[in-house]
Design a protein around this ligand. Structure first.
Ligand code: ADP
Ligand code: ADP
Ligand code: MG
Length: 449
């Protein structure tokens, strides 16, 4: 086992990893940008290194700076968290060549699944259904038009290097396709330094259902159930639950099978998530694989009792899994609300600033994963996630009741947050009936205006 790990991330996920390490008896080195230098969560690490100025390109994405911090502090491994460098096979390779273990899958598996257009090819080769679309990335405008005519509008233009819901544009006709193409390419270049894009048929009325994979380095692979993440804004998740209230046991089994098949095809190790869309006829399609820990991993932890971050570390250290698929038990229902500092009534615009009052909920079945506190200043440079409120109860109905009373207890003042929106969602009949698709949240906001 490692004795010291560097955490190459910030905010709630940095603290989540530091906590797991502490419980495992592993020392941690936290890195931080100038914007985070006063963040209290850094105190929980054993050592701290400043890696640059606020912009992420110069700090949390600055590979030379992070590697030199790792060398100076003599760590054996780096945990990348999610976002930032977590899906960079280039970073994983540099770690490998610097004799530092990258806590994640092999750089080879990351290369195969990291590019979303390439991952589609892997899915097709393995006879996993994908959404009708381009065979590869799009070379020019004419090719885009040809594909759109073949599959029919509406189509979705997607960044091959995309993530976090960015670099996606819907087009309903030729004119909007030409325009959307340019916008999506620019957005992808700015966000991912890679302007390559591909096209899929836009599936209306879909659910997002994803399968958690866990695998060690000795060929032991299993799934840890699914998560329904259909409640989104800007193609990014807001509320997730497990099990999915919208699929049949038969479909559930098929999703597990498909996810394991694709993960096996790339000799996947560590934790990863295979994402699918399910259309209104119950037909499912692979959309992408996230070769990292997912934001919503806690709900899987609650129902399985498995600590995914500790497993990641043990697997990376070369330990075999101590259990098999048949030992995994799924217990009850867990739901997560992502509390962002943003203004739902103003196009979900980020709302950084100082948290003037902060009171966290507690009690049975409530878990809050967060790095913030009263007086915390949310920097404007990064993702505006404040906190993840997670509940776990025996039934969906009890989980919803628990979540409602936890939201009532939760006080965050000084910045606009998604708290009121979550409460609205929890009171909506369609949510209560489990009857919703990926456009539900935005549709609700539009209807209210
Ligand atoms: P998840 O897929 O775990 O549900 P999100 O899509 O919400 O998580 O992304 C979590 C964070 O990671 C966000 O800050 C998002 O911008 C960032 N992120 C996700 N994918 C990428 C990527 N490919 N490149 C850069 N940042 C990413
Ligand atoms: P990211 O890499 O940003 O996470 P994904 O490919 O996982 O992007 O898609 C994110 C979300 O965008 C999905 O959960 C879904 O709501 C929507 N989406 C993606 N592809 C399609 C599609 N072909 N049709 C309809 N919605 C889609
Ligand atoms: Mg995704």
């Amino acid at each position: 086992m490692f004795s010291r790990i560097l955490v190459a991330n910030r905010g709630e996920i940095a603290l989540r990893i530091i906590r797991a390490c502490r419980e495992l008896g592993i020392e941690t080195v936290a890195v931080f940008s100038k914007a985070d230098e006063n963040a209290r969560y850094l105190r929980h690490a054993d050592d701290r290194v400043c890696i640059g100025p606020p912009p992420s390109e110069q700090s949390y994405l600055n590979i030379p700076s992070i590697i030199s911090a790792a060398e100076i502090t003599d760590v054996e491994a780096i945990h990348p968290g999610y976002g930032f460098l977590s899906e960079s096979s280039h970073f994983a390779e540099i770690c490998e060549s610097s004799n530092i273990t990258f806590i994640g899958p092999s750089s080879k598996a990351m290369q195969l699944m990291g590019n979303k257009s390439q991952a589609r090819k892997v899915a097709i080769e393995n006879k996993i259904p994908v959404i009708p679309g381009s065979a590869s990335t799009i070379a020019n405008q004419q090719e885009a038009l040809d594909i759109a005519h073949k599959i029919g509008y509406p189509v979705l233009i997607k960044a091959a290097a995309g993530g976090g819901g960015r670099g996606m544009r819907i087009a309903h006709n030729d004119a909007s396709l030409v325009n959307a193409l340019a916008v999506a390419q620019r957005e992808a270049e700015a966000a991912f330094k890679d302007s390559s894009i591909y096209i899929e048929k836009y599936i209306e009325r879909a659910r997002h259902v994803e399968v958690q994979i866990l695998a060690d380095q000795y060929g032991n692979m299993m799934h840890l159930g699914e998560r329904d993440c259909s409640l989104q804004r800007r193609h990014q998740k807001l509320l997730e639950e497990t099990p999915s209230p919208g699929i049949t046991p038969q479909l559930r089994g098929e999703l597990y099978k498909a996810a394991l098949k694709i993960a096996k095809a790339v000799n996947y190790t560590n934790v990863g998530t295979v994402e699918f869309l399910v259309d209104e006829n119950g037909k499912f399609y692979f959309i992408e694989m996230n070769t990292r820990l997912q934001v919503e991993h806690p709900i899987t932890e609650m129902v399985t009792g498995i600590d995914l971050v500790k497993e990641q570390i043990k697997i990376a250290a070369g330990e075999p899994l101590k259990y098999r698929q048949k030992h995994v038990r799924f217990d009850g229902v867990a739901i997560e609300c992502r509390i962002y500092a943003e203004d739902p009534d103003n196009g979900f615009r980020p709302h950084p600033g100082r948290i003037s009052t902060y009171h966290v909920p507690g009690g049975k079945g409530v878990r809050v994963d967060s790095h913030v506190h009263q007086g915390y200043e949310i920097p404007p440079f990064y993702d505006s996630l404040i906190s993840k409120l997670i509940v776990h109860q025996a039934t969906r109905q009890e989980s919803i009741a628990c979540l409602k009373r936890a939201l009532e207890e939760y006080v965050i003042e000084g910045v606009k947050t998604t708290l009121p929106l979550h409460m609205k969602l929890l009171n909506h009949t369609n949510f209560l009936n489990g009857n919703f698709t990926t456009t539900f949240v935005e549709g609700l906001m539009e209807r209210e205006q």
